[in-house]
Design a binder for this molecule. Structure first.
Ligand code: PRP
Ligand code: URA
Length: 214
């Protein structure tokens, strides 16, 4: 299953994540619960994906003593969501990092070619100076993630982490081929794509399940 270099790929192995992924996979899970689960899984994998965010110390006075304490250094990160499905993950990241700036990249997969079709973009103007957290629940062919990473690179972003809920080898290989420096964190690494470029076993169409547009 892992024919790709694993150095930049983190598959979060945790019973809570596994349990929630199983609920997400279940076709009987309704949109409200599906959205909540996506947010919860995002919180859990973000904890791992953001482990190496730069920090600095500053002097603080507790009610008891003075101490040197750690805090996030530099400009707040930017979280960039690939629309539509990435929006639920943006909201989850904002609960962890309320100071984050938010970017949006709108694209949908053409049903015949499976290529991403861009329709919107709005990024923080100083994105080149920020750590970037790119979020999209599904890393299937990798076309959407690569298009987003291309756009971010063109805007000067250099430190980009991709967070997805479900990935597959094809998507990871596409991202690694185009953007070898981008780290990838997923909650599950599935087997393969089917003939419609859906992840197997996957969880179906994430956007449709999140927004009830099946
Ligand atoms: C889904 C998903 C990703 C993309 C992944 O979006 O949210 O953006 O497919 O597939 P890929 O790796 O093959 O590019 P979709 O195009 O269904 O749009 P939506 O989020 O608006 O439903
Ligand atoms: N997009 C989805 O939402 N699900 C897949 O399995 C593949 C692409």
């Amino acid at each position: 299953m892992t024919d790709f270099p694993t150095a930049n790929v983190n598959v979060v192995d945790h019973p809570l994540v596994a349990h929630k992924i199983t609920l997400l996979r279940d076709a009987a899970t309704k949109p409200a619960e599906f959205r909540s689960l996506c947010e919860e899984v995002t919180l859990l994998i973000a904890y791992e994906a953001l482990r190496d965010l730069p920090t600095a110390t500053r002097r603080v006075t507790t009610p008891v003593a003075e101490t040197d304490a750690e805090e996030l250094a530099g400009l707040a990160p930017a979280v960039v969501g690939i629309l539509r499905a990435g929006l639920v993950m943006v909201d989850a990241i904002l609960t962890l990092l309320p100071q984050a700036r938010v970017g949006h990249l709108g694209m949908y997969r053409d049903p015949q070619t499976h290529e991403p079709v861009p329709y919107y973009d709005k990024l923080p103007s100083d994105i080149a100076e920020r750590e970037v957290i790119l979020v999209d629940p599904m890393l299937a062919t990798g076309g959407s993630a690569v298009a987003a990473l291309d756009h971010l690179a063109a805007e000067g972003a250099t430190n980009v982490r991709l967070l997805s809920i479900v990935g597959c080898p094809e998507g990871v290989e596409a991202v690694q081929g185009a953007h070898p420096n981008a780290s990838i964190t997923v909650a599950a690494m599935d087997e393969r794509l089917n003939e419609h470029a859906y992840i197997v076993p996957g969880l179906g169409d994430a956007g449709d399940r999140i927004y009830g547009t099946l």
